[in-house]
Design a protein. Structure first.
Lengths: 326, 227
């Protein structure tokens, strides 16, 4: 039995549900709209092992019978449902089964510089970054980057979604507002964006071609949609992505990479709750099938986009500007 | 320099500052309020590859570089409220997230020993839900207690203050603290078992013996580098 927690109308959860149906998986959907009808009893035995019952009007599920949980965002569990939310958090954190992902591990994404340090320790470089409330420091950083022919971009320090933008001369005039709150500035990495979804030990990579600073907002920024295609990662980069997934304890993660024309690889971040449906729609990569198979502990995983073959980047892709997404 | 980041109302931190600052102290000890790091300051946190360097120039004219610190006592509990009151209501929640993320990333990147390193769940160190704390206790053979507080211990890198004889309780407290995470953990006990734990250690519990070990813990890495 696998447990799918989230809003069934939200695309990543809808995809997971479709995949569970296709696979004939034994699954239970917990929609936050059902919170009032849910009872959740959790117990620890003398050894500290968690057991309990997840009780809906239709079904009682023993937690120890679960092979996996997909814990997608749960909204609206406030007020009377807040205690339930706290118990779900504990269940996701401690359940003796596969969980995508445990809430404590998902928190690393709350601070990009904190997560970047952990990513660097796994051998993936991250862009040069300055976090400051000092306008003079930003100007000096911008000048140093400009001398190298690079621009500066700015984005949120936290996991709060922000649109990545270039620090233009016009925006430089606003730097005095930094005094209220530090901002994260990065040397802009020019190259091809690659999004990697890791599921357990499997990887699904997509190459993204877009002229936009932030490809998620390509229509808004350059009035053209981003083009996504399946991509085969070099072995060493694939290994580092797996290492990042393990180090962050995020068995299901969306890793944002960029490769430059000089074949230098950078990592922008690892998303703990990846909105993979967009990438699946655009590339046909069977990410939802792999997620369900992993949650079921199914040895017969679907075809995987990652094969240990030498990767070749199309020459046409090497001049695409990039600054990563979320 | 040993830097203590603590509010002026943080009695254990102020006590520790006085003890670490005794005339024979081998390094200077300074304290800053968390809000001082950003209010009217120049805060710079630069990351290039695996290297991170930081410098902070406070509004009172004092300044410090991350590389010059031998150790940090981190008592940051949350984003300081004074930093948020100046920000419009519409942006306050965002600013709080940003400041929290900044503090987390910066404290974790300091090149010196930090008591305690922040975690994403708690700026002051390790944090666990009640059930997770019970699980850690069960796995350490430390029963949960329900009575009145009876004893407090500070675990610091494998040593327990005040000293506990080599008993099952000592082994259980040690195993629990190791599982809890961080370099220093305060373990609160009732007569019948564990009441809870916190990374915000009250250093007064361990007295001067603990202060000596804190000093060693904050300087050991620097000494290793020098060697």
């Amino acid at each position: 039995m696998i447990l799918l927690c989230g809003n069934p109308a939200e695309p990543p959860m809808a995809r997971a549900l479709d995949a569970a149906e296709r696979a004939g998986a034994d699954y239970l959907l917990f929609d936050q709209g059902q919170a009032a009808d849910l009872e959740l009893d959790l117990r620890l035995d003398a050894k500290g092992d968690l057991s309990g019952v997840f009780r809906t009007p239709d079904l009682d599920v023993a937690i120890e019978d679960l092979t996996g949980i997909y814990a997608r965002a749960l909204d609206g569990l406030e007020g009377k449902a807040a205690p339930l939310h706290a118990r779900l958090y504990e269940m996701f954190e401690l359940a003796p089964c596969r969980v995508a992902n445990r809430p404590g591990a998902m928190m690393t994404n709350q601070s990009k510089p904190y997560q970047a340090r952990l990513i660097q320790q796994q051998g993936l470089d991250t862009p040069e970054t300055l976090i400051t409330n000092d306008p003079g420091a930003v100007r000096a950083f911008a000048e140093r980057c400009a001398n190298d022919g690079d621009e500066l971009i700015y984005k949120s320090i936290s996991g709060v979604r922000s649109i990545v933008e270039v620090l233009t001369p016009t925006r430089m005039q606003d730097l005095d507002r930094l005094a209220a709150c530090p901002v994260q500035f990065q040397r802009r990495v020019r190259g091809t964006d690659v999004r990697v979804h890791v599921i357990g030990e499997k990887l699904f990579a997509a190459r993204i071609e877009s002229e936009a600073t932030d490809y998620r907002y390509a229509r808004q920024q350059v009035d053209a949609r981003a083009e996504l295609t399946p991509f085969t990662l070099p072995d060493d980069i694939a290994d580092r992505c797996l290492a990042v997934s393990r180090a962050l304890d995020l068995p299901f993660t969306g890793i944002d990479l960029c490769v430059t024309a000089n074949d230098e690889w950078f990592c922008f971040e690892a998303n703990p709750s990846p909105a993979y449906s967009f990438f699946e729609d655009e590339t046909g990569l069977p990410i939802a099938d792999a997620l369900i198979a992993w949650l079921r502990r199914d040895g017969a995983l679907p075809r995987c986009a990652y094969t240990k073959e030498p990767a070749a980047l199309p020459a046409a892709a090497t001049a695409v500007p990039s600054s990563g997404g979320e | 320099m040993i830097l203590i980041i603590a509010e002026r109302t943080d009695a254990p931190a102020l006590w520790l500052q006085r003890r670490l600052s005794r005339p024979a102290a081998p390094v200077p000890v300074r304290r800053v309020n968390p809000a001082q790091l950003f209010a009217g300051s120049s805060f710079r946190f630069h990351i290039a590859g695996a290297e991170a360097d930081t410098s902070v120039a406070l509004s009172n004219g004092r300044a410090f570089d991350g590389a010059a610190l031998t150790g940090v006592i981190n008592r940051v509990g949350a984003v300081p409220l004074p930093l948020l009151t100046e920000i419009g209501e519409a942006d306050r929640e965002y600013a709080e997230s940003e400041l929290n993320a900044c503090l987390l990333g910066w404290l974790a990147a300091l090149p010196c020993p930090v008591l305690n390193m922040p975690t994403p769940g708690c700026l002051g160190g390790a944090w666990h839900t009640d059930l997770a704390t019970c699980q850690l206790a069960a796995r350490a053979n430390l029963p949960m207690g329900h009575g009145a507080p009876a004893a407090h211990f500070v675990w610091l890198e494998g040593k327990i203050f005040p000293r506990l004889p080599d008993t099952d309780l000592r082994r259980a407290v040690d195993a629990f603290a190791r599982g809890y995470g961080g370099r220093a953990v305060q373990v609160d006990m009732a007569a019948d078992g564990l009441l809870g734990a916190t990374p915000y250690v009250d250093y007064r519990i361990g007295g001067d013996a603990l202060v000596r070990h804190v000093r060693d813990a904050l300087m050991s890495d620097a000494r290793r580098d020098a060697a």
